[in-house]
Ligand binder design. Structure first.
Ligand SMILES: *Cc1c(COP(=O)(O)O)cnc(C)c1O
Length: 357
C-alpha cells in the first residue's frame, strides 16, 4: 500500500536552526551533480574541477584583502572539518602526550574529535561575555598542546573569540591554531571582526557553505594556510587512480560541492552582504523587542539572539509551532538565518505577547 509522501518541514517557523533554505541555483546545481563523487577525481573529473572552485571561493571569503591561496576541500560538514583540523595538528605534533585547548564554547564536534583521535581536550572557561578567556587559554597550554581552537561565531551565543590573541598564545608554544567559523564564516567578511587568515596566524579554518552560505546540506569546508596541514592527512589509496586522499570520508557528495559553488557564484559578495545586513538588523530588532518586554537579553554580536524566557512561555511557543531551542543555560535562542524574515519575527513576538497575557 502506498503511504502518503512525507513532506519536509517548511522554514516559516524555524528560528533556531543554523541551516537554511538553499539558494535556488544551489538547489539546481546540487540535483545536477547528485550522482558524482569528488572522492574519486579521476572518474568524476568535472566535479573535481568544481571542488577547486569551491575552495577558491571559500579562501576568498576567508582572506579579506590577503591573497586567497589557502588549500582545502569541501567536507561533509563542520564536524568533519573540525575533526580533520585536530587530526592534522596531532599528526604534525612531536611527542606522545597530545592535548587540544579550546574554549568552553567550542562546538561538541571537538569532543568527538578528541575521543576518536585519542587526544586530551582541555576546555577553558569563558569571560563574562561568553568569549574565550585569553588568560585561561594561556594557562592551559603546554608542550603537549598540538592545537589551540578559537571560535568565530559560537553556536550558543554567536560570539567571536579574540582570534589574534589566541593565535599569539598558540605560536608561543609551537601549537597549531584553528578557527571554527562553521556558522559565522559567511557573515564575518561583512563585519569588523578579526577572524581569518588575514587577521592572525591561523593555520586551519572551518567554514560551512551549508549554513550561512545557503548551499544545500551536506557541504562543509576545511581551509589550510599551508598545504602541509592537508599533507599531514593524506593516506594511500591503492584502488583509486589518484594515489592519496586527505579527506576523512571516501565517497563524498558532489551535490554539496556543486551546490556550494553555485551559491557562491550567485551570492558572493553582494548577496551575502545583503543577507548579513538583513540578519544583523533582524537580530537587533528582536533583541530590542525582547528587552522592551523585560527579558534579559544577551546582546547579539553576530545575528543570534539569546534571551531568558521562562520555561512555560518557551513551551507555549513550541506548542504554537515555533521551532525554537535553548542554550545549555536555558535561554531561548533565535538564529537569524536568511529564511528568518522580519514578518516571521513580528508574528513570533505577537505570539509571545498573546502567551504572556
Ligand atoms: C554547526 C557548527 C559546527 C558543526 O557543523 P556540522 O555541519 O553541524 O557538522 C561546528 N562548529 C560550529 C561553530 C557550528 O556552528
Amino acid at each position: 500500500m502506498r503511504q502518503p509522501e512525507p513532506e519536509p518541514q517548511s522554514f516559516d517557523r524555524v528560528l533556531s536552526s543554523m541551516c537554511t533554505e538553499p539558494h535556488p541555483d544551489a538547489r539546481a546545481a546540487a540535483e545536477r551533480f547528485l550522482a558524482t563523487n569528488p572522492g574519486d577525481p579521476a572518474t568524476y573529473e568535472s566535479v573535481a574541477e568544481l571542488e577547486a572552485r569551491a575552495v577558491e571561493g571559500l579562501a576568498t571569503l576567508a582572506a579579506h584583502s590577503a591573497p586567497a591561496d589557502a588549500a582545502g576541500y569541501v567536507t561533509s560538514r563542520g564536524t568533519e572539518a573540525n575533526v580533520q583540523a585536530v587530526r592534522s595538528a596531532r599528526n604534525r605534533h612531536d611527542g606522545s602526550e597530545v592535548n587540544v585547548v579550546a574554549p568552553a564554547s567550542a562546538h561538541f564536534s571537538f569532543t568527538k574529535a578528541a575521543e576518536v583521535l585519542g587526544v586530551e581536550l582541555r576546555t577553558v572557561p569563558l569571560d563574562d561575555d561568553f568569549r574565550a578567556d585569553v588568560d585561561a587559554v594561556a594557562a592551559a597550554v603546554n608542550d603537549g598542546t598540538a592545537l589551540v581552537v578559537g571560535v568565530a561565531g559560537s553556536t550558543e551565543y554567536g560570539r567571536v573569540d579574540p582570534i589574534p590573541e589566541l593565535a599569539a598564545i598558540a605560536e608561543e608554544v609551537g601549537a597549531g591554531f584553528h578557527v571554527d567559523a562553521a556558522w559565522g564564516g559567511f557573515v564575518l567578511p561583512f563585519t569588523d571582526h578579526a577572524w581569518s587568515f588575514a587577521d592572525a596566524a591561523v593555520d586551519t579554518l572551518t567554514i560551512d557553505p551549508h549554513k550561512y552560505g545557503q548551499a544545500p546540506v551536506p557541504a562543509g569546508g576545511l581551509l589550510a594556510r599551508e598545504d602541509a596541514a592537508l599533507d599531514a592527512l593524506a593516506v594511500d589509496t591503492p584502488y583509486l587512480e589518484s594515489r592519496s586522499q586527505a579527506t576523512l570520508t571516501g565517497t563524498r557528495s558532489g551535490a554539496g560541492v556543486a551546490g556550494a559553488v553555485a551559491a557562491m557564484d550567485a551570492l558572493w559578495p553582494d548577496g551575502y552582504r545583503e543577507a548579513a545586513e538583513r540578519a544583523a538588523d533582524n537580530a537587533d530588532w528582536l533583541a530590542d523587542e525582547l528587552a522592551d518586554r523585560g527579558y534579559r537579553v544577551v546582546e547579539p554580536e553576530l545575528p543570534l539572539v539569546a534571551a531568558d524566557v521562562p520555561e512555560s512561555e518557551f513551551e507555549s511557543l513550541r506548542d504554537a509551532g515555533w521551532k525554537v531551542s535553548r542554550t545549555g543555560a536555558g535561554e531561548l535562542r533565535v538564529v537569524c538565518m536568511p529564511h528568518v524574515t522580519r514578518s516571521a519575527l513580528r508574528a513570533f513576538v505577537d505570539d509571545l505577547d498573546r502567551i504572556r497575557r
